[in-house]
Design a protein around this ligand. Sequence first.
Ligand code: RET
Length: 277
Amino acid sequence: MSAAGVLDGAAVPLQQTQADAATEIASNALLASSLWVNVALAGLSALLFVYMGRNITNRRAKAIWGATLMIPLVSISSYLGLLSGLTVSFIQMPAGHALAGGEPILSQWGRYLTWALSTPMILLALGLLADVDIGSIFTVIAADIGMCITGLAAALITSSYGLRWAFYFVSCAFFVAVLYALVAQWPDAAADAGTSEIFGTLRGLTIVLWLGYPIIWAVAPEGLALIPVGISSWGYSALDVFAKYIFAFLLIRWVTNNQSSIRDFAIGGGAAAPADD
Ligand code: RET
């Protein structure tokens, strides 16, 4: 395969399409601001979370903090990738799509790629908080990665409009598996672990906010093209503010204030030894 992208039927060097994408973003104030706001908030969040976690000693609390800190760090990389044009492409829509035959759309496919790293961290943090068994954490994270990668496929397919939606619905099926665990399985573990209250708050936040992402995809230029890319990008960015930074702040604040009530990891594979007093 040659290192060339195809735009309007003509071969275009990849470097050029990358620079074009970056220029297109920079010249659209709505779009550019939706990305820069997140770079700034992710940076501030990462610094704040490092500071908040400075006195954590409980190992489970430390693991939750570590997973949570990854969320803004992945986010910075994600948004810088979009701004640079590296993870953004002009995509010609297939026949059947509302924009078929028109200008290629600017797809922010890097979002779906980096969600495959950030969303597992969110679920790992929630699973550790609820003290869910490792098999369940693994399964839910596998379904979640499946959701992100098939979402990426749905966004990138240019050969068939039907297959774009087929991948969209496969992604939704993975999403249902994640939601099922959050709604029906993990709350019992959280109740056993004594973390029901904070788990309930974060679970509610996660379910409501995560439902917004497939809705935006469906109405964005990638799907039915009912809204322009500047608005869909702001939609994702606004959801990210709450689903990532606010979520992570609430979790780290609770963990640092309640270390003594967090069940530490079992030592040597057995039950944790009771305090020796
Ligand atoms: C897509 C489109 C295909 C169908 C579904 C989707 C779900 C995406 C979700 C994303 C959550 C992202 C978060 C990112 C934080 O870093 C891929 C949009 C179901 C739920 C929370």
